[in-house]
Design a protein. Structure first.
Length: 117
């Protein structure tokens, strides 16, 4: 799982409350325990090369799991799930904060192995 988490900071001098990091870790652990499948999470906490739609986290994941050949990951049968589809507010639900997931820019960059910094 690869996720942007701008509200969380790993820096000691951060203005972000430390409770956000603890809460995030607790929630992720609870979900992963319920899924009961082998899974890892990569979370970008800064606006750097690791933040989607840049592909730094994807490159890091490939390196961590020693994946070098294009056939080692079945991208055609992989899932992309996002929370920024650009939907308008309706039925009491707020609008999405962005439309960046609508066009799967990040997923397409990873599929094409394009590094964007």
């Amino acid at each position: 799982m690869i996720s942007n988490q701008g509200g969380i900071s790993l820096k000691a001098d951060s203005k972000a409350p430390k409770s956000k990091l603890g809460s995030f870790k607790s929630k992720v652990s609870a979900v992963f325990n319920q899924l009961d499948i082998p899974i890892s999470i990569y979370a970008a906490t800064e606006k750097d090369i690791y933040r989607k739609p840049r592909t730094g986290m994807w490159s890091e994941l490939l390196e961590d799991f020693d994946i070098h050949l294009s056939g080692d990951v079945d991208l055609e049968n992989s899932l992309f799930v996002g929370d920024a589809g650009g939907r308008n507010a309706s039925n009491g639900k707020p609008k999405d904060f962005s439309c960046s997931d609508r066009y799967n820019i990040w997923a397409e960059r990873c599929r094409q192995n394009i590094n964007v910094t």
